[in-house]
Write a protein that binds this ligand. Structure first.
Ligand SMILES: *[C@@H]1O[C@H](CO)[C@@H](O)[C@H](O)[C@H]1NC(C)=O
Ligand SMILES: *[C@@H]1O[C@H](CO)[C@@H](O)[C@H](O)[C@H]1NC(C)=O
Ligand SMILES: *[C@@H]1O[C@H](CO)[C@@H](O)[C@H](O)[C@H]1NC(C)=O
Ligand SMILES: *[C@@H]1O[C@H](CO)[C@@H](O)[C@H](O)[C@H]1NC(C)=O
Ligand SMILES: *[C@@H]1O[C@H](CO)[C@@H](O)[C@H](O)[C@H]1NC(C)=O
Length: 222
């Protein structure tokens, strides 16, 4: 293989591996961002603020009730301004629309929900309207499922940090060079910035990581 071919092969490899973490802050009574665009392989990482929230994968046809095989974080109580000890990480496996809600009390009926890869704006609006009309207590699955609880390392310790910053950006790249494969991970924490803005940041960082991985591979081979 000539150098250019190696470079292109590495670039393709880097692109395939560039899954990203999408951070979602869970607080009273909202998910931020609540409208998310994700690729297969991306990970939604939920960070729980006070007081006692959860995230459950919902069923579009039955608001505030779990889907079949729903992911569920369990209730993650925390007192004070910080974030609960564990974050909940869910891998996105495809680009189908996915809805989620908080199962605490009537938070879901009051609009505490989020959507991934919605094809239309009206799908989310419709879900929340149906949830409000049904006005039922959110249903929680029996146990944590469909994701992984992991110690929360997002450095956001005060509510001020979240509500005043437009975007909390944590960038991280890990390159495994021993086997000539390159992986890049990108983390983006989100404050009150719009979800589309957050996703743009994620995409820009993702592209940056891909280029960095490709350049690293190129440098190693020449
Ligand atoms: C959190 O909420 C759940 C569901 O309402 C409840 O069972 C649990 O006791 C609460 N935990 C705390 C510490 O308040
Ligand atoms: C929902 O139910 C609660 C009682 O749990 C009631 O106070 C509230 O008015 C109801 N909301 C709507 C929109 O019907
Ligand atoms: C993706 O697949 C994994 C492994 O089967 C599963 O744990 C996870 O819940 C799935 N994600 C969604 C959003 O269903
Ligand atoms: C978290 O961020 C604050 C403010 O930027 C900094 O002072 C602190 O050292 C950081 N904590 C950790 C554990 O990195
Ligand atoms: C990036 O990730 C690696 C591996 O998870 C970790 O050891 C390192 O401390 C992280 N760097 C930053 C700046 O978060």
């Amino acid at each position: 293989m000539n150098t250019l071919a190696k470079y292109v092969a590495l670039l393709l490899l880097a692109c395939m591996a560039a899954a990203k973490d999408i951070h979602v802050i869970v607080s009273s009574f909202k998910f931020e961002p609540d409208t998310i665009k994700a690729d297969a392989g991306d990970v939604l990482e939920f960070h729980f603020k006070a007081a006692n929230h959860s995230v459950v994968q919902g069923d579009f046809a039955n608001p505030c009730q779990p889907s079949a095989g729903a992911f569920f974080s369990g209730f993650r109580p925390v007192t004070g301004p910080g974030i609960a000890p564990d974050a909940f990480r869910v891998t996105i496996n495809d680009t189908k629309p996915l809805i989620f809600y908080c199962a605490q009390g009537k938070y879901c009926a009051n609009g505490m929900a989020g959507i991934v890869n919605t094809p239309t704006d009206t799908l989310f609006v419709g879900y929340k309207a149906a949830a409000q009309a049904a006005n039922r207590t959110g249903v929680a699955p029996a146990q944590v499922a469909g994701g992984v609880l992991a110690p929360d390392t997002l450095n956001v310790t005060t509510s001020t940090a979240i509500t005043t910053s437009t975007a909390i950006v944590v960038s991280n790249s890990t390159f495994t060079t021993a086997t000539s494969t390159a992986t890049a991970t990108v983390s983006v924490g989100v404050g009150t910035g719009s979800s589309s803005g957050a996703n743009n940041v994620a995409r820009e960082l993702g592209v940056g990581a891909i280029i960095a991985a490709a350049v690293l591979g190129f440098v190693m081979m020449v």
